[in-house]
Design a protein around this ligand. Sequence first.
Ligand code: NDP
Length: 308
Amino acid sequence: MAIVYQGLAERGEIWRRLFADEMPDLPFHVLPETGDPARVAYAVTWKPIDDLGRRFPNLRVLFSSSAGVDQFDAAALPPGVALARMVEPGIIDSMVEYVTLATLLLHRDLVGYAALQREARWETRPVTPAGRRRVGIMGLGTLGQAALARLAPFGFPLRGWNRSPRTIPGVAVFTGAGELDAFLAGTDILVCLLPLTDETRGILSAGLFAHLPKGARIVNVGRGGHLVEPDLLAALDDGQLSAAMLDVASVEPLPPAHPFWRHPAIVLTPHVASMTQPDSAGRVLLDNIRRHRAGEPMTGVVDRTKGY
Ligand code: NDP
């Protein structure tokens, strides 16, 4: 058996050394080098690998090196190949930090103050207490729940929306399509932490914004495909939304002519809300392969019918 890796060279080198030390019987190949393709049982990558099933006929598990798997065409994977996403402390910690940053930034009107600063205008706005700013997270999975836990001490009334029911102390949870409008009606800062699937593509649209209180703010740290970009521009322009912080875009890198770059009510970051940390993620990958070889359940296994 062997593993092939595709991705950042520096991370590949850290993982190659880790596997050499901890699992010396499993050769770690960095693409394009593969060794004997018939021996490859595991592949780890962020971007899809061309012809994966044909090139590696004995592949058993495809590991995403990131938390999402929407970049893969799960239906095209050979039926016997499991798909697993990366669930590791480095991704969780950095996402929690980013969501906290974005929430505080929008809560304290930093987008508006940055625009005033560019015009050298010393103007004050009322300070809304955290207890009167309702924060709602869409997607109460690993990242959504971790972000809510970190936000709790600030005193924001917290709510969440999820496909299946959840019980989270101190968080008002809304479930499924039937409770989405009620969730939105009480959300002043909306954070999208959903996976991108057929059901969630384009969910951040004019129809959804219309159910938020006027002047609400949004954070998109899911995927660019969640947001209907012209609808965001229209909602900002007519005041239905007052600001947005976006880490993801429909086309990445975002083209220089895109209106988001220069919009005074939008703060952009280039898909850096969280990043796989080579050391902690390497340990998770190693542990998952150990589990797979021992016939034990792995972490982060994707339900291919649900797409996440
Ligand atoms: P999880 O799989 O742990 O959680 C996803 C959650 O979304 C689940 O609770 C799930 O509900 C819920 N969900 C899925 N579909 C729907 C739906 N149609 N309606 C309502 N709820 C739904 O994922 P993570 O928390 O680890 O990650 C979430 C996403 O964050 C990733 O898929 C990725 O797109 C994004 N991400 C972005 C990064 C960035 O740097 N910008 C970095 C890392 C992740 P249920 O429990 O019922 O299945």
